[in-house]
Ligand binder design. Structure first.
Ligand SMILES: [Zn+2]
Length: 199
């Protein structure tokens, strides 16, 4: 039975979704996004299928994403922009973005290739920006209940609400270089994106 496509702001957001989603077969993961293939394309939106493999049980699946704003790729060699809009993600909730931030920051700290590490830094900064898009009430330092899509995130929030402090996320964000500066330096090096893609 074909699943409903997941709506993402870019192909990069689709790959991040896979990183944060447990495997349907074994409940573990992470799912590794392999190649993406365009399934259909209209004037505005693109539907892509991403082949995935579970890192734990090795089972293969395909996840289909509808990208109303297109693939989200600018120029070759540019860093991928996860979500150029102010709209929060529809597939990853505030807690998942915070987990992704942590995962990617950790990967960046272990990465020995400088360009690759910088790419991961861009990804991490964007995860924080995505998490911050869910905080709609200026007087509330914590995210609204609509910012949670998964029980795992709700549990994490109950266990450690301080990790969801907007002020804390903004502080973390200010420690990272600005998006424009990071993009410029990546663009100058014209290296491969961190995820693979077949056009
Ligand atoms: Zn699995």
């Amino acid at each position: 039975m074909p699943e409903e496509p997941l709506i993402a702001h870019s192909l990069a957001e689709g790959y991040l979704y896979l990183m944060a989603t447990p495997c349907a077969s074994c409940g573990q993961g992470p799912l590794k996004g392999l190649d993406a293939r365009v399934v259909s394309e209209t004037e505005r939106s693109v539907t892509v299928a991403i082949a995935t493999r579970c890192a734990a049980c090795q089972s293969d699946t395909t996840k289909v994403f509808l990208l109303p704003g297109g693939l989200g790729i600018e120029e070759k060699g540019e860093a991928a922009i996860v979500n150029p809009t102010d709209e929060p993600s529809r597939i990853l909730d505030v807690g998942q973005w915070i987990v992704l931030f942590r995962m990617i920051t950790e990967a960046a700290s272990k990465e020995t290739d400088k360009t690759q590490a910088r790419h991961l830094g861009i990804e991490a900064a964007q995860c924080l920006e995505e998490a911050l898009k869910f905080y709609d009430d200026v007087d509330n330092d914590l995210p609204p209940s609509e910012a949670f899509f998964t029980d795992a995130s709700r549990e994490r929030f109950r266990g450690a609400p301080e990790q969801f402090s907007r002020r804390r996320l903004i502080d973390l964000r200010t420690k990272l270089p600005s998006m424009a500066a990071m993009r410029a330096s990546v663009s100058a090096r014209k290296k491969k994106r961190w995820w693979r893609r077949r056009g």
